[in-house]
Design a protein. Sequence first.
Length: 307
Amino acid sequence: MSELGTRLQTARMEKGYSLEELQQITKIQKRYLEAIEEGDFSKMPGEFYSRAFVKSYSEAVGLDPNQIFAEHEAELPKPKKSEVQELPPRTSRNKSAPSGRKKSAFASLLPTILALFFIVAIVLAVWIFNQDDQTAVPGNNNNTADVGNNNEQQAGLNENSSFDNEGPEEPENEMNIGSDNADNNEENSVNDENNENNENETPENELEFTNEDGNRYTYTLSGAEEFEVELNFTGDSWILISNDEGDELHQQTHSSGDEISFDFSDESEVIFNMGSTRTATLLINGEELEYESDDHHQYIIIERDNF
């Protein structure tokens, strides 16, 4: 044990401190306190810490650290120059402070700048809108002029037609009769075409989301006599299909690439208990159903309207 270690240990014992108590006071680990008393500074984390720990130890037991360093300088390790961190010059430290103030000043002005930019954008948008309205007015004048010209041309045609109608009465009657017959035939053909189109029109297929209850999602299928279902799988997915009476129509675990189809035209309601909607695409009469939720497990209920 060194003279320094003996002196510090004696002072500690006079204070009545154990190494554990001294550890609580100085916040220095017990093994470093033991190394100081033994004079073995090789156990320290560094030569700089050796002097710092000795100083804390001395103060804790009531000794003057400066006196300890002066009397036992030879026993203490000297710190290497590389361990001493030089502070930057005072001028450079002072220069760093204004930059922080400049940044804070800019940050305080940023909301004002954004507000001004927003106001300018609104004013510019209103001005552009007004310009568009002003340019639209001449177009209306041109349309008015075109209407006037068309009216003048129509008046000229009426005069010519009245002049032509001054001829013999019999040819005029024959022309009118022929024109009436042609108009009637044309009207009848148009009506026939409309009737054929109405007969050939099929009700429009419409699939509409109507209700949500937990993980049960109800859709209404209307305007369709057929009820055809396709299921395409991009991953493993268990599925159970049943009707409104509880009859099981299909149950199986499918894998990626599986494609199945069903014709449920005789069913008024079909329930799809889908284990993973993220790996299964459901098509009703060729139309892909859009899931209302991202949940894996869902009950998809298709009700048919006026079935």
